[in-house]
Design a binder for this molecule. Sequence first.
Ligand SMILES: Nc1nc2c(ncn2[C@@H]2O[C@H](COP(=O)(O)OP(=O)(O)OP(=O)(O)O)[C@@H](O)[C@H]2O)c(=O)[nH]1
Length: 377
Amino acid sequence: MKYAFTEIFDIPKLTELCESFTRINGTVTALLDLDGNVHIKTGWQPICTQFHRLNEKSAARCLESDTAIANKLAQGEKYNVYQCKNGLVDVAVPIYVGNQHVANFFTGQFLFQPADHSYFHQQAKELGVEIIPYMDALKKVPVFSEDEIKRIMTFLVALAQTIGEMGKARLDLLRLSEAERVQNAALKRKTSELKVAKQALEKLASEDALTGLCNRRYFDKTLSQEILRARRYQHSLVLCLFDVDKFKVINDTYGHGIGDAVLQHISTIVLNSLRKTDTVSRIGGDEFSILFPETENEHIEALLQSICNKIANTQIEINGYQIRVSCSFGTASSEGGNLSERELMERADRALYGAKSEGRNQVMHFSSLLQTTSLLS
Ligand SMILES: Nc1nc2c(ncn2[C@@H]2O[C@H](COP(=O)(O)OP(=O)(O)OP(=O)(O)O)[C@@H](O)[C@H]2O)c(=O)[nH]1
C-alpha cells in the first residue's frame, strides 16, 4: 500500500476503544500490520510480556505462533483460534481495506480450561525462568468458555470489519486529496505559464520592435493615466517630444539600415540617462517622447540639455562609418493636470517645432517659446 499504516488508521482512537474493551472483559488486544509491527497493544498478560516474550526460547515460539496464525488468516479465514506454542490461546481476525488484507487484530493470552499447573511448571523449568513469579503470572491468565469466546469473536469480527471500512474511507479521502493536489499543481503550473505568456504578450504589445522602448500605443495609454493622476493630486507633469535632426539625410547618405542603427543608439543614450519612473517611447519614425511624472520643468531642463549634448557629442560607429547626429527637444508642463492630452501634446510639439526653427540641437520649453514669440511680435 502506498500510504503508511498510521495514515490510514486512527491509532490513538482505536487504542482508546481497545483499552475500554480490555477494561470490560479482561481480554487483551493487539493490532499488527502484515510486517509484524505492533500498532496497538492493550491488557497484555504478564506471563507473555514478562516471560514468554522476553525469554529467548519462548520468544522464538511466540514468533512461530504469530506467523502461523497470520498465515492462516492470509489464506482467507474469517478468524482463527490458535493454541500458542507456549500453551495459551490466541485468536486473530484479519482486517481488509477494500479487498486488500492489511493487518490482523488479535486477542488471546487466555485459556479455555483452568491451567494445567504441571505443564506450566515444567515449562518454567525448561525455559529457566523463576518458577514462583511465573506461576503467579499464570494465575492472572483468564479462563474463557468457548461460548464466551464465540460472543467475543462476533464482536471482534464486526469491529475488524468496521476498522477496515474506516480505513477504506480514509484511503479514498487520501487518494482524492492527492488527485486534487496533483490537479492543483497542474493548474498552478498552467496559471504561471499563462502569466508568463501574458507578460510576454503585454511586453510585445507595448514595446517598439526596433528600439525596445515603449511604443506609441503604450505612450498614449500612459499619457492619459498620468494626466488623470496629475489632475487628481495637482502634480505637475512634463512632456518632452524630441526628434532626430535631418534624419532624412542620414537615411539618404548611409541607407535605411544604418538609419535604424542610429535610432537604436539614440534610444540607448536617452534610456541610460533617465530615471525608471520616466517613460521614454518611440512615437513615430524618428520621433520620441519622454513623460516625466511629478516633475516641474526647471527640474529637468539641465537633464534634457545634457542628453541633447551627449547625443550631439557622441560619434556613432556603424559598419565603419562614423556618424554624428543631433536631436531637438520640445517640452511642455501640464500645469497641475489642467491641460488635456491633446493640449499638452500640441504645446510640446510647438516647442519642438520652435527648437527646430531656432537652429535644432537644443531644448525648448513651451513657455520660452511664448516669450520668443512675444519678443518677435
Ligand atoms: N531608418 C529609418 N528611417 C525612418 C523610419 N521611420 C521614418 N524614417 C525616416 O525618417 C525621416 C524623417 O524625416 P523628417 O522627420 O521628415 O525630417 P528630418 O530629415 O528628420 O528633418 P527635421 O526633422 O526637420 O530635422 C524620413 O526620411 C523617414 O523616411 C525608420 O523606422 N527607420
